[in-house]
Ligand binder design. Structure first.
Ligand code: PLP
Length: 498
């Protein structure tokens, strides 16, 4: 289109002043105020100008007619823009991706009991740092430390004494363990390294110098903690002797890092945790493990092996473990440091701890989540519920959803949308190994006229928005990560695609 014709199209756009004088816009101003309405008008008109300049309006080729259509729809567009600008940008979405711990979708959804407890505690004042018995100042970490002690120490003590009834295990009682909470696991690693190894060396295998989630890089965190990284072994093979030879009088810590979203397979070797523990004990150097996800329940019960659990590591004799609160634990964003009480005490007294501490909302959500574990009420924690869903349970819901869609579309009406059920895999996500998958049943959508990407984009405009994945030109919906009470909304959104 020529520049001259384009400028004729630009002239069709009303000015902000003209729009502001329109009676229906006046009503919006009365309700929401002049400034936000004027701002919405400017945003919508600017967008339309840009579209004209680019030669397309809402994906349609530019013409006099398409501009007239857009001008006719200006009021609706302005109202939509206004509503969006005056509502939260952070919103609930339906996660139909089947990725249980989706970092972009906020990782673990909170348990109802956690939400209730947050509301109760934050709706007024609380005893966050107040000892109700003595009436004196208390510590915020006592609220969750007591629960971690229960969850970690009880099971450890009983299993240790049961497993080895030797005199040594009775006289060498397991060391007292405690837990502190910081902002996230990255902060936990930073605090632990700084507290235990500042100015000294930390030995890490080259196979574990990983980057997780784009911004957590082991060497970078090490540098910020003022500890010196001492790399040993090679990318694929590191032996216990490599660690041993690297130990000097500057060594402060042995560190193992869970590789998380990255796997090394084939010609590989890594010392067992037991070997590392034995070396650490012999040389009297603490051993720390960055677990990443750090499950507090046994993943083997759902057929996933190789993901380290917090209890497994402590039981094996690791001195300090760090893990996230919002990964497999299923709680709020937090970084947890559990292990030998004397080492944790050094972290607590580090001034960095004050800078990395968490607020009462996090403590409240974490406390309620841990209580669900203490009560063995695992289904109260959404992440655990999702992990434990069987393929049959998911298939059952998927079939019900498809028949619901089919019956509301009506048998007689032809639809270009095709719904199929197929087998697939859900993934743990959140830094669990890529091979940590669970069998599932998927709903696959395809459309005679719309591409899978267009279908997917349509689903994202639903209320609440639906996030799915696209594979082989189909939109795949995995109900494992959809809350059962969202199935109807999902069905409705699919019907609207028909
Ligand atoms: C996820 C992960 C982290 C980062 O944890 P955040 O809670 O996101 O800060 C660090 N280390 C490992 C091994 C991880 O898997």
């Amino acid at each position: 289109m020529s520049t001259k014709n384009k400028s004729a199209l630009f002239q069709k756009l009303p000015s902000t002043d003209e729009l502001l004088r329109q009676p229906n816009i006046q009503e919006l101003i009365e309700r929401d105020g002049h400034a936000p309405v004027a701002e919405s008008i400017r945003a919508v008109v600017a967008r339309l100008r840009e579209e004209i300049a680019n030669g397309h309006i809402a994906g349609v080729e530019l013409s006099e007619k398409s501009v007239d259509l857009a001008v006719g729809g200006l009021f609706d567009a302005i109202e939509r823009e206004l509503r969006r600008s005056l509502s939260s940008s952070l919103r609930l979405v339906i996660n139909a991706t089947g990725v249980i711990l989706h970092t972009n979708l906020g990782r673990a959804p909170l348990a109802e009991t956690a939400l209730d407890h947050v509301r109760e505690v934050a709706n007024g004042y609380s005893n966050l740092e107040f000892d109700l018995e003595t009436g004196e100042r208390g510590k915020r970490d006592v609220h969750v430390d007591r629960l971690f002690r229960k969850l970690l120490s009880d099971s450890l003590v009983s299993s240790e004494t049961l497993a080895t009834k030797s005199l040594a295990s009775i006289t060498n009682a397991p060391p007292s363990r405690s837990t502190i909470v910081v902002n996230n696991n990255a902060a936990a690693v930073l605090l632990a390294l700084n507290s235990l190894a500042e100015g000294g060396e930390v030995i890490v295998s080259r196979g574990e110098l990983v980057e997780i989630g784009g911004s957590f890089r082991v060497p970078d965190v090490m540098q910020k903690s003022n500890a010196l990284l001492r790399e040993v072994g090679t990318t694929n093979r590191t032996r216990i002797g490599d660690y041993e030879r690297a130990i000097t009088d500057r060594t402060r810590l042995l560190l193992r890092v869970h590789r998380s979203n990255f796997e090394i397979t084939g010609f590989t070797e890594q010392p067992s945790l037991e070997e590392l523990v034995a070396l650490a004990r012999r040389r009297n150097i603490p051993l720390m493990e960055d677990l990443g996800s750090g499950a507090l329940f046994d993943l083997r019960s759902v057929g996933i092996s190789g993901e380290p659990g917090v209890i497994d590591s402590l039981r094996a004799g690791v001195d300090i473990v760090t893990y996230s609160g919002d990964k497999l634990l299923g709680g709020p964003q937090a970084g947890l440091i559990s292990g030998r009480a004397d080492l944790v005490a050094r972290m607590r007294s580090n001034s960095l701890f004050r800078a990395l501490r968490v607020d009462k909302l996090t403590y409240a959500a974490l406390e309620a989540t841990l209580l669900a574990y203490v009560k063995r009420d695992h289904d109260a924690v959404p992440v655990l519920r999702m992990v434990r869903l069987s393929k049959d349970q998911i298939a059952h819901r998927a079939e019900a959803l498809v028949s619901k869609v089919e019956s509301s579309v009506g048998a007689g009406r032809p639809s270009r949308l095709k719904l199929e059920l197929c087998d697939g895999e859900s993934v743990l996500g959140g830094g669990a190994a890529p091979s940590a998958v669970l069998p599932t049943r998927l709903i696959a959508l395809s459309h005679g006229e719309l591409s899978a990407d267009r279908l997917n984009a349509h689903l994202r405009t639903s209320t609440p928005p639906i996030v799915a994945r696209v594979e082989d030109a189909r939109v795949l919906l995995d109900l494992r990560t959809v809350f059962p009470d969202q199935d109807d909304v999902l069905a409705g959104a699919i019907v609207s695609l028909c």
